[in-house]
Design a protein around this ligand. Sequence first.
Ligand SMILES: *C1O[C@H](CO)[C@@H](O)[C@H](O)[C@H]1NC(C)=O
Ligand SMILES: *[C@@H]1O[C@H](CO)[C@@H](O)[C@H](O)[C@H]1NC(C)=O
Ligand SMILES: *[C@@H]1O[C@H](CO)[C@@H](O)[C@H](O)[C@H]1NC(C)=O
Ligand SMILES: *[C@@H]1O[C@H](CO)[C@@H](O)[C@H](O)[C@H]1NC(C)=O
Length: 399
Amino acid sequence: MRILARSAVSRKPNENMRLIVTTFIGVVFGFLIGISFPTLSLTKVNLPSSLLPTIDVSYIRNKELGIRNAWSSLRGNNGSSAQAQKLNDSLKIWVPSNPRGAERLPPGIVEAESDFYLRRLWGKPSEDLTKKPKYLVTFTVGYDQRNNIDAAVKKFSDNFTILLFHYDGRTTEWDEFEWSKQAIHISIRKQTKWWYAKRFLHPDIVAPYDYIFIWDEDLGVEHFNAEEYIKLVRKHGLEISQPGLEPNKGLTWQMTKRRGDREVHKQTEEKPGWCSSPHLPPCAAFVEIMAPVFSRDAWRCVWHMIQNDLVHGWGLDFALRKCVDPAHEKIGVVDSQWIVHQTVPSLGNQGESHDGKAPWQGVRERCRKEWTMFQGRLTTAEHAYFKAMGVDPSNSTAH
Ligand SMILES: *C1O[C@H](CO)[C@@H](O)[C@H](O)[C@H]1NC(C)=O
Ligand SMILES: *[C@@H]1O[C@H](CO)[C@@H](O)[C@H](O)[C@H]1NC(C)=O
Ligand SMILES: *[C@@H]1O[C@H](CO)[C@@H](O)[C@H](O)[C@H]1NC(C)=O
Ligand SMILES: *[C@@H]1O[C@H](CO)[C@@H](O)[C@H](O)[C@H]1NC(C)=O
């Protein structure tokens, strides 16, 4: 405050006057805006908070000025430009080890990661959080599936943060469930699970969570317990996993079928010719995209592989193995905590009719097309990399 007062005195009087008038006009203007939009309570809140930064900035400027003045008086001159430059430079911050873009900040103030923990608007920040859930579960939902989701959420203890992505725009209705009031709701119409995941589950945002469940809405969880699941995943060192699937009939892949006689499996037999190696998908190193569970580190990699324009995620399941090593040991299916895939048509029906085709057909076609595109991009990228490294791509492990 002393520094502030001193600098105010050292300003020319008419400058002070101008400042006061400007501030006054600003306040009046803000007030008028405030009363002309009485329903927008935000505008009123904005008024004082918009004044705060101005004070902060001038405080810091004056502080810097103070240092400079002190320094030049010490040297007994008014500060030659060379000296000023030297001081100017030494007051600049550049920390290459900071996150990209934040190099100008002192490392002590950098918060590179965040979370979904809910805070209060009052009290001490340090006392806001009575609990910091270590796991995150997300469901991509429409209101029609509310009872199924309600049942699923109850299988997750309070060690889980619940996050719902709403593709039908209905959110407040969910408050009929008590847990919904503590959940995170993100509502954007007609987008897919992987679209949301790319935009809202950045690795730096979900960093506090040991495991991240990115699940569909049509899963039956009667035989599933999330805490038990986590224990098994830890025990067997699974970085990417999913619960075994029932019923066995109608499933495309052998790998994700539930085995009744074990806790976990990481390998399977497929139809002849389907697997080029017993360690490669779909015989191993493979889970499907309907109910994957990622460790923090695996997700940090997988997030980068999700393409912004390929929203259905087809083909991602075959590529997950690029993110862990050795993949055939760190990717697996948990059999003793299993789920039922109910195949309820949901987002698949939200397409549009074209050329006399049903909406779901258009969606299905795009799914397949995306799979081809993703596969093409991955192959091209790998070839480009190996070529740049001077390695024969035909000798690479890319398949
Ligand atoms: C103070 O600085 C100005 C310009 O930077 C210069 O012209 C002047 O001679 C300096 N005065 C003294 C006492 O060093
Ligand atoms: C201090 O650095 C800033 C930004 O690089 C520059 O614009 C300014 O002229 C410098 N001031 C002095 C006195 O060198
Ligand atoms: C939550 O996690 C803690 C620590 O891992 C564990 O002791 C506790 O049993 C968990 N809660 C439930 C309901 O399982
Ligand atoms: C792969 O590399 C090995 C040696 O690194 C070489 O002997 C072999 O011929 C290569 N195979 C192909 C298909 O390029």
